[in-house]
Write a protein that binds this ligand. Structure first.
Ligand SMILES: Nc1ncnc2c1ncn2[C@@H]1O[C@H](COP(=O)(O)OP(=O)(O)O)[C@@H](O)[C@H]1O
Ligand SMILES: N[C@@H](CCOP(=O)(O)O)C(=O)O
Length: 291
């Protein structure tokens, strides 16, 4: 085995996890994404970043894409002396649109492409495991890696996923302020009532049917009792917008750990609150891909 010099370049999509009732279990890849180019060098780590996060992300080995690449090189037993990365970011950070999942997926796919023979040795399942170990939950990374709608679960310690094709209009309403996923996860209770768990089990099953075959069920299918209300205190305006849209009959949820609001509808982006931005998106069917 050896290292290819590159450059290699990937597109990694934004994702929306949970989709209401599918906490840590459902993820949808979206038609917005980051471009990352990587090249093997003679030594050191050099990182250029433009767009989202450019003012904040580190430029050393602690950069999330470099961490994901390092973990992948470890697994493959081969690594370049040095690395040059060019990151063109459009996914906003800490908004619930899977920026960290995209960074991790991009890093894994780039590192696999730089190791000669890496593509034969690192299959989709191993990449999902690696990505889940880094992200901490499988829903966004499954969708980011494979595209489409991901149903993801943990079997023992093993991350698993099933990919489905869906075609549904999506509008995202993105607030100016970030809320980290770590903080939003810290607001969740350790234990929930049996009735609430049963409520979500039925809605999550219905949501898969609604997204694939019965869109008229989306309003019931996007109800949730496991995470959104607990997180409302950290994102009251987002929670209010979700309720307002739902009263109008529009299936709306908190995207991922928030604070972005996702609605399964188009033609509503004009209703954006002041200081927020909105975008009409579709579903990315391809996932993280080499260009
Ligand atoms: N493209 C990227 N490059 C480097 N670090 C990133 C990138 N995307 C995300 N991160 C890291 O992940 C953090 C955001 O992750 P998280 O709180 O899970 O929010 P999100 O919902 O956007 O995934 C950022 O603050 C940054 O530390
Ligand atoms: N299931 C996770 C999803 C987090 O998604 P992100 O896009 O906010 O990182 C959760 O709800 O914590």
């Amino acid at each position: 085995m050896s290292i290819a010099r590159g450059p290699v370049r990937v597109h990694a999509p934004a994702t929306s996890a949970n989709l209401g009732p599918g906490f840590d279990a459902l993820g949808l890849a979206l038609t917005m994404g980051d471009l990352v180019t990587a090249e093997a060098t003679a030594g050191g780590v050099e990182i250029q970043v433009s767009g989202e996060g450019a003012a904040d992300v580190p430029r050393d080995e602690s950069h999330l894409i470099v961490r994901a690449m390092d973990a992948t090189f470890d697994l493959l037993g081969e690594r370049p002396e040095g690395l040059r990365l060019v990151c063109e970011n459009t996914i906003p950070h800490g908004r619930g649109l899977g920026s960290s999942a995209a960074a991790i997926s991009a890093g894994i796919v780039l590192a696999r492409a730089l190791v000669v023979g890496g593509e034969e040795r690192l299959d989709a399942r191993t990449m999902l495991q690696l990505a889940t170990d880094l992200e901490g939950h499988p829903d966004n990374v499954a969708a980011a890696l494979l595209g489409g709608l991901a149903i993801a679960w943990i079997d023992g310690a093993a991350a698993e996923s099933l990919r489905l094709d869906v075609d549904v209009p999506v509008t995202v309403f993105v607030p100016g302020e970030a809320v980290s996923t770590e903080k939003a996860r810290g607001l969740l209770p350790d234990v929930v009532p049996h009735g609430d768990a049963a409520f979500n089990a039925g809605r999550a099953a219905l949501l898969v049917a609604a997204l694939t075959a019965a869109p008229e069920r989306l309003i019931s299918a996007t109800e949730d009792r496991l995470h959104q209300s607990f997180r409302a205190q950290a994102m009251p305006d987002s929670y209010r917008l979700v309720r307002q849209l739902r009263v109008e009959g529009i299936p709306a949820v908190i995207s991922g750990a928030g604070p972005t609001v996702l609605a399964f509808a188009d033609g509503i982006a004009g209703a954006v609150p002041e200081g927020w931005w909105a975008a009409e998106l579709g579903v990315d069917p391809r996932g993280t891909r080499l260009l």
